[in-house]
Design a protein around this ligand. Sequence first.
Ligand SMILES: *Cc1c(COP(=O)(O)O)cnc(C)c1O
Length: 492
Amino acid sequence: MNREIYGKLVFELSRTGRRGYRLPASHISENDLTEGKGEKAAAIPQRLLRGAAPELPECDELTVVRHYNNMSTNNFGVDTGFYPLGSCTMKYNPKINEEMAAHHGFAGAHPATPDYASQGRLRLYRELELALSEIGGMAEFTLNPFAGAHGELTGLMVIRAYHDSRGDTGRRKVIVPDSAHGTNPASAAVAGLEVVEVKSLPDGTVDVEALRPLLDDTVAGMMMTNPNTLGIFERNIPEIAKMVHEAGGLMYYDGANLNPMLGAARPGDMGFDVMHINLHKTFSTPHGGGGPGAGPVGVRAGLEQFLPSPRVVEREDGSLALQFSDDALGSVSGTLGNFAVQARALAYILSLGSEGLMEAGPLATLNANYVKEALKDDYLLPIEGVCKHEFVFDGLRDKSTGVTTLNVAKRLLDHGYHAPTIYFPLLFHESLMIEPTETESKETLDDFIAVMHDIAREARETPETVINAPHNTPVTHPDDTAAALNPVVTFE
Ligand SMILES: *Cc1c(COP(=O)(O)O)cnc(C)c1O
C-alpha cells in the first residue's frame, strides 16, 4: 500500500491548484448570477450566494482513486468476509439486485413524478406489496415505512386506530417479552402506548402462565418475534394468540428477521394480525451503520383501511395510481418509502422465485445449527435444542480464563472475520449471538468453527493473546465509550 496516501484524509492529500477534473467554461457570467442583473439572471438570491470559494480538497484523479479504494479495503463488508452478526441477517446481496435498483429509469425518477409517468415505479411497488402479502400470509402490505422500528411504530398506530375506530379507547397496554429487540418497547412508547413486560421461561420462550394475568380490557396488543431474538421458535404461538384475541387485543409480529420463516411458515397463519418485515435484512439490501432500510407493514383482512396513505391502487383500466384515504392513519413517509431498497427486494424475490425462497429459510436454519453444534463443547450454550437462523452462547464454557465475550469478538477480527453480535440479548451476561445466514458455504463455516476453537484454546493456554486482541487491524483498541459520548466527526 502506498504510504504517501495510506491512512490520510483526502484533505491532507490536497495540494493547492492541483486538478483532477476540468469543468467546461460556464456560459453564465458572475454578473448573471446576481439577482436582477444581466440578461440571464439566474434566480439565486444574492443572500444565498457564497462569499468565498468552498474549501474542497484539490487532488489529481489517481490520488483520489487510490485514496477511496484504499479506504474501502479498511472497511469490513460481507463482500470481503464472513459476517456472522446475529439479529442483523448479513447475508450476501446478489449484485443483480444492485443493477436493477440502479436502472436509470428508477434511479433517475423524481419522487413527485405524476402517476401517469411513473407506472413502472408504481408497478414495482404494487408487485412487491403483493409478494410480501403472500410471503407473510397477510391481506395487504404497505411499503411506506423507512426501517424496522418505523414499521413497528406504523403497525402499532394501526392497532391503535383499530381500537379507536371501535370506540374501545381504553386499550393502551402493549405486552412485550423480555427477550424482545429494544426497538419493540421504544416503538410502543413512541406510539403513546404503555409497555408491559412478560417474562421468558428458562428455555427462552414466553411464559404463558406469566402472560395470563396481564390480559384484560386495557390490552391493545402483544408484540412477538418468532423465532425470538434467541433464535428459538415460540411453540405456544397458537395458544398465546388465542389468549390475546380473547382479551380483545391484537397480535403484532416483529418480522425484522424473516429469514428462517421463508418457505417454512407464515405469520398470518400463526394468528398474527399486524407485522413488519425488514427488507434490508431478509430481502437483500446491504446495510449497516443505520441504513438504508425499509420496514413494510402487513395487516390481516379487516385492517387494510388503517394502513397509512398513500396506497397504490389499480384503476379499472389496469393503470396504477396513488390514493389518499381519510380512514388511514395519515402519512408516515413523504416518498412511498425507500425505493432503491424496494427495487432490490423485488429483484431478489423474482430471481429466487418461490422455489428458491422456500430453500432460504431451511438452509439458514441448517447453517446455524451446524455452527452451534460444532462449537458447544468450547462455548456455553445456555439453551439446548434446535435453533432457527441464529443462536446465543453465554461466552466461553471455561469461565476461569478471564477471557470475555468482547475479547473473543476482537480476536476474531485478527482472523478476518466480523465479530458476532455481543452482549445482546440481555438475558445472559456474556451473550455472543451468531447468525451465519444461508449464503455461506460449508468451507467458510468450517473455517470459522476452526478459528473459534483456536480462540478457545488460546484462552486456556495464552489468555493474554485474546485479551489484548486485535493485533493486526488498522485501529486496535478505540475507547468506544468516549467515542459515543464525544464523537469527533470533523477534520481539525
Ligand atoms: C433489526 C431489528 C429491528 C429493528 O430494525 P431497524 O431497521 O434497525 O429499525 C427490530 N426487531 C428485530 C428483531 C430486529 O432484528
